[in-house]
Design a protein around this ligand. Structure first.
Ligand code: F6R
Length: 364
């Protein structure tokens, strides 16, 4: 049941700290701070390419995984939504690997992509939340997310658990390939292991996000912007807001603003920016400043180091805990989910069962 929560989604949002902790401890030894992956169906040190595929939020988690694996392990990654990949017939290298991501393990398009990739000789690894699901059974290897049952149709804890597995995988691949030193591995696993505690802090202090939600609820259109590994989280923010509140939202790479979407900017379109401090901060901040100069109302998620610069032009700045840039996408995923939740509650939509949506899309 829902316990004391109004919706399953609210309950599931509050399960983030436990789910992230359980999922991370599955793949990281807290004592040694070393990644410990189960046997994989391919050798990450030798694999020529990994093809990622999934649908919806699971695809966006995979997109973050792509940034991580390319950055940390230097493995070429191709990725596409499963409904495209299955008909695209991409050239695939011999000995290549495929990585599929799915909460349910039953999504028709993802399953079709899995079968195609296997038939084409790729070694298939799946990240799924439901053990014994069709995808679990048909993959050469499975990494389980330990999110427990997710009842709310919009994915929340399963999404961040997918990110946790993909982060551990990227570090494990980096070690196998010699692109990540033991010291860096220990530093990044320590940063990951701190995420559950930060998630708990975020969930306790929701007032700023509620205040932001009250403004977003009045909008007809909303833009979400992010750069690097925060770009897929911007897309996820827009997807969540659309599906839960029925407000039109789009996510863009921050640097793409000036190539078209900036024409939409006026005081009626809130611009929600995911802009933690780190190597890309200045670039994103300058994109936001351009939007602000054209009358855009910037609402930024950042951290203590990023807040002062953004406060100069942003209407609202929500300060999240300070973390290593590597784990920032996991931490930023939680407030965008919370925002969509609060907006949906304010608009009175059916939070756990949005119109026209199904929890598992088992038809093409
Ligand atoms: C969005 C959402 C969907 C699913 C997608 C894939 O909140 O929940 O976009 O992520 O339908 O489902 P799974 O992960 O079961 O393959």
């Amino acid at each position: 049941g829902k316990g004391n929560y109004r919706h399953f989604m609210e309950k599931e949002l509050h399960e983030h700290p436990v789910v992230l902790g359980d999922t991370l401890r599955q793949h990281i030894d807290p004592a040694t701070r070393a990644v410990a992956l189960p046997p994989l169906p391919f050798d990450p040190a030798a694999v020529p390419k990994i093809t990622f595929s999934a649908c919806g939020s699971a695809y966006l988690a995979a997109q973050v995984g792509r940034y991580w694996i390319e950055q940390v392990a230097r493995i070429p990654v191709d990725s596409d939504v499963a409904s495209e990949l299955r008909y695209r017939d991409p050239p695939l290298p011999e000995g290549g690997a495929a990585l599929l991501v799915s909460q349910s393990g039953e999504t028709a398009d993802t399953l079709a992509a899995l079968r195609l990739l296997r038939k084409r000789g790729q070694h298939v690894l799946s990240v799924v939340n439901v053990a014994e699901s069709t995808m679990d059974r048909e993959s050469d290897g499975t990494l389980l997310t330990i999110a427990g049952p997710e009842i709310g149709v919009a994915s929340t804890k399963a999404f961040t658990a997918q990110l946790a597995v993909l982060a551990a995988l990227a570090l494990g691949f980096g070690r196998a390939r010699g692109t990540l030193s033991a010291a860096e591995e220990a530093r990044l696993t320590a940063a990951l292991l701190e995420v559950p505690g930060h998630a708990a802090t975020l969930l306790e202090g929701g007032e700023e996000i509620q205040a932001l939600a009250a403004e977003v609820a009045l909008a007809r259109d909303v833009l979400f912007l992010g750069r690097g590994s925060l770009y897929p989280i911007a897309l996820e923010g827009a997807l969540k807001l659309k599906e839960l509140s029925y407000i039109h939202a789009e996510g863009y790479a921050a640097g793409e603003m000036k190539h078209g979407p900036i024409a939409l900017i006026d005081q009626d379109v809130p611009v929600i920016a995911l802009c933690p401090s780190g190597p890309l901060f200045e670039k994103t901040a300058s994109n936001l400043q351009e939007a602000a100069a054209r009358g855009g109302r910037i609402m930024a998620f950042t951290d203590a180091a990023g807040a002062p610069a953004l406060r100069r032009f942003a209407e609202r700045v929500v300060t999240l805990p300070t973390v290593d840039p590597f784990v920032a996408p996991i931490l930023h995923a939680i407030p965008v989910q919370l925002l969509a939740y609060h907006v949906a509650v304010l608009k009175g939509t059916d939070v756990d069962q949005p119109r026209n949506l199904a929890k598992a899309v088992t038809v093409e």
